[in-house]
Design a protein around this ligand. Sequence first.
Ligand code: NAD
Length: 516
Amino acid sequence: AALIRSVLIKKVAHRLGRCYSSSVPTTKLFIDGKFVESSTSEWLDIHNPATNEVVGRVPKATQEEMLAAVDSCSRAFHSWSETSILSRQQIFLRYQQLIKDNIKELAKTITLEQGKTLADAEGDVFRGLQVVEHACSITSLMLGETLPSITKDMDTYTYRLPIGVCAGIAPFNYPAMIPLWMFPIGMVCGNTYLMKPSERVPGCTMLLGKMLQDAGAPDGTLNIIHGQHAAVNFICDHPAIKAISFVGSNSAGEYIYERGSKNGKRVQSNMGAKNHGVVMPDANKENTINQLVGAAFGAAGQRCMALSTAIFVGESRNWLPELVERSRSAARDQPGADVGPLISPQAKERVECLIQSGVEEGAKVLLDGRNVKVKGYENGNFVGPTILSKVTPNMTCYKEEIFGPVLVVLEADSLDEAISIINQNPYGNGTAIFTTNGATARKYTHEVDVGQIGVNVPIPVPLPMFSFTGSRGSFRGDTNFYGKQGIQFYTQIKTVTSQWKAEDATVTSPAVTMPT
Ligand code: NAD
């Protein structure tokens, strides 16, 4: 296993253009079309979460390097925004093919740095690829509007135009999908883009940047910097940056929304979640239990749309023993293969503390994933599937986003009670109801105040022709990611009103009143 891992690290690192002068490879910056070594003295280690071995280092870019990156974006904007829309479309058509051809390579990098299983990592790339494929429809998506004969001889039409340099700040949990929600949509609209991936998982973004260059994106249209708070503050403050797309935690997202907005930028912030699955007694039991297990524990619960809370309504509470058994056997069949590790030892410790807080506040541990050992990966950050029952809304394990393989279970006597619990929760990212009754499903979708709802669909992430519409405490901003809203976020409207009179219809006197 150690040999395979070391070969994998070298192969992946080679593709990333990392340098081997020191004992671990370093991640480059991508500035003005070149992969360059940072001159910084501040570096962060990148760990393999399955082993906690250091697999690379990432720089905190210096102020000069960040300025060079944004200057490169600014210089490239003029020609890129004037490039014909068909040329931009062609580049993204080539790009989607390159991503498709390299899906396994990208997935390996994700598994190495983020820890999710290879199959799940391919899914991460695939969902991002779908956004790139959608970006290739830009010739329709960027159409303006026209209205002829507003008055005599006068027509009005609009152009949808790029806004300038845009920036993206990404989280660790989807190293491919979330950056691909950002720069492809921004760039295909004619903007240039400054990307800051999560410092924990920079490798995938570097590969994606190289592929975009190979697809023909001109130098400077995409720049990639690395870092933490200083890089984020730089993005929020630099006057050339017109819009910021952020995905991550509430503490960072609210801060970035406020600082960026204060500086006059557009900001969209997708943030944390507490997604509830409501189980009605008339639901298909087999499907519901399997879907709950997958949606609660897949990706080790590190999905913003993980179904981390179940509300069993009425008699469905009798299904709990079966849910526990199914979760236990999912964990037992292939330890470490289905449920990957958490991102860091700190994340593992936090999740275990939240489980313990549940115990101390009166919850019952039906399945305990603490102290799990995965053979061959004893140093990894693994927590096994965990189920806490008898949870109430005042408990810490209910109020906090756990972001681990922990399902907290509440009970309700009626659908109304379940809806009331959910609507009082501050988050509004996603929810699902399991039922075979259409009227129940309709009532639920109508009354629950959550931005993305699944009916017998546990993780209802919309495909890219729609938008990702988390709401309330899960989102700041007014225009969502991808789909029509994504195009709106990255463009501005220019409206032209023109009058072409026939020569014999000359205006004979000035009009000083407001035209009506
Ligand atoms: P995070 O907020 O720690 O990091 C996200 C980005 O912000 C990183 O690039 C990081 O460098 C930067 N950052 C971190 N702390 C910061 C701070 N205090 N000030 C300024 N910048 C900061 O998030 P994470 O741990 O990488 O990701 C997990 C979180 O992301 C979870 O809360 C999850 O629900 C959320 N998430 C939301 C969505 C969504 O679409 N709603 C999708 C994926 C993840």
